[in-house]
Design a protein around this ligand. Structure first.
Ligand SMILES: [Zn+2]
Length: 161
């Protein structure tokens, strides 16, 4: 385990106890589920996107160009293009992953995972159920939430001026 991975592990483990109250947002009625087979997803996605979205992988911190994305626009699911976050929801958390304090209402589903032994609140796209990241309770006010997102699971769509 590298020093960086160890830090990520400790950070996630330390925060996990605070993450047990997953926000239970009602899914929007206008979202029609998109269900594809694993083979169809492999055809649509890059191997990196598939590993995160369909197998709940985690990208290396600091690896996403979206960390530095500061333009006005929307962050949409890389699997199905559903808008999940707006640029005004993004903030610099210092973790190396794109971070948001608020999602677009009803765009995410939540579940608890135990991959690091302690429970974490996993969240995913409400349309295609593609894994996006985990939500923690150490974000900025007023939401107090940190949606720690894999950049590879998102696409940025700049607002047209
Ligand atoms: Zn999606």
């Amino acid at each position: 385990m590298t020093r960086r991975n160890l830090f990520s592990f400790l950070a996630a483990a330390g925060l996990a106890s605070k993450a047990d109250a997953a926000p239970q947002a009602a899914l929007r009625a206008d979202i029609v589920p998109l269900r594809l087979t694993a083979g169809q997803w492999r055809d649509r996605l890059t191997p990196q996107q598939f590993a995160v979205l369909r197998e709940e992988g985690t990208e290396r911190p600091g690896s996403s160009p979206l960390n530095a994305e500061k333009r006005k626009g929307s962050f949409v699911c890389a699997g199905c293009d559903l808008p999940l976050f707006k640029s005004e929801h993004k903030y610099e958390s210092g973790t190396g992953w794109p971070s948001f304090h608020t999602p677009i209402e009803g765009s995410l589903g939540f579940k608890t995972d135990f991959k690091l032994v302690l429970p974490r609140s996993e969240y995913h796209c409400a349309r295609c159920e593609g894994h996006q990241g985990h939500v923690f309770n150490d974000g900025p006010q007023p939401s107090g939430k940190r949606y720690c997102n894999n950049g590879v699971a998102l696409k940025f769509v700049p607002e047209v001026a």
